[in-house]
Write a protein that binds this ligand. Structure first.
Ligand code: DX5
Ligand code: ZN
Length: 220
């Protein structure tokens, strides 16, 4: 699979999102990563469903919605999304993850299942038939600007091995949190294919987004 760049919109200028989206289009970004929080699953609140729908209405870049919420099922139908958009839920936030993943597919969207740093890789077991992407959190979710956790490389390698052993070669691994060019290169080598780019690589004051995206691509 081609390696994909997913821009973390919560790191953009929140007072100028329309222009940021235009700049991200110009930079050739593959996906827009939208972090949805509920102040309960994570101790923060950023973007909401109206913002997801507003962004969807002004761009053709597929969305990559990361639901950092407890019990996400009730929110799925609030989003007007299509077949190229991902809706990713957290294993830890949903005791009925299988049913919610099936619901996302019924809606016609692609699914993702996220694991926090300390959640074991084998939690993906029994759910891979419902997954179009595996999101391996490389920081505890909720805030930009954190430091990658010590076991990130091992976790990504282990996840790739786990999926391959089940014959799930086509489920890509997404990595999210402190994905600098250096960390991105390290994780690419062990199997990461979708990279969430935030303050560590793409949204850097005074730096052109296209240049940052191009230089990130060159290290993969
Ligand atoms: C996670 C968010 C953040 C962030 C990524 O919950 O998705 O990880 O936007 O950007 P960094 O870590 O580079 O600031
Ligand atoms: Zn995220």
């Amino acid at each position: 699979m081609k390696k994909l760049l997913s821009a973390s919109v919560m790191c953009a200028d929140l007072l100028d999102i329309r222009n940021s989206v235009k700049e991200l289009e110009r930079a050739g970004i593959d996906l827009l990563h939208l972090d949805i929080m509920d102040g309960s699953f994570v101790p923060n609140i950023t973007l909401g469903f109206d913002m997801v729908n507003a962004i969807k209405s002004v761009t053709d870049i597929p969305l990559d919605v990361h639901m950092m919420v407890n019990n996400p099922a009730g929110f799925i139908d609030m989003m007007n999304l299509g077949k190229d958009d991902y809706i990713c839920i957290h294993y830890e936030g949903d005791i009925h993850a299988q049913r919610t993943l099936a619901k996302i597919r019924d809606k016609g969207c692609k699914t993702g299942l996220a694991l926090n740093p300390q959640t074991p890789v084998n939690c993906y077991e029994h759910l891979t038939d419902y997954m179009d992407m595996a999101l391996v959190m490389t920081v505890c979710p909720g805030f930009a600007g954190q430091k990658i956790f010590a076991g990130a490389k091992e976790k990504v390698a282990k996840t790739r091995e786990f999926l391959d052993n089940l014959g799930k070669y086509d489920i890509p691994i997404e990595v999210d949190g402190n994905i600098s060019p250096k960390n991105g290169a390290m994780l690419s080598k062990v199997g990461a294919e979708i990279f969430v780019l935030g303050t560590s690589s793409l949204f850097i004051k005074g730096k052109d987004m296209k240049e940052s995206a191009d230089s990130f691509r060159s290290v993969l």
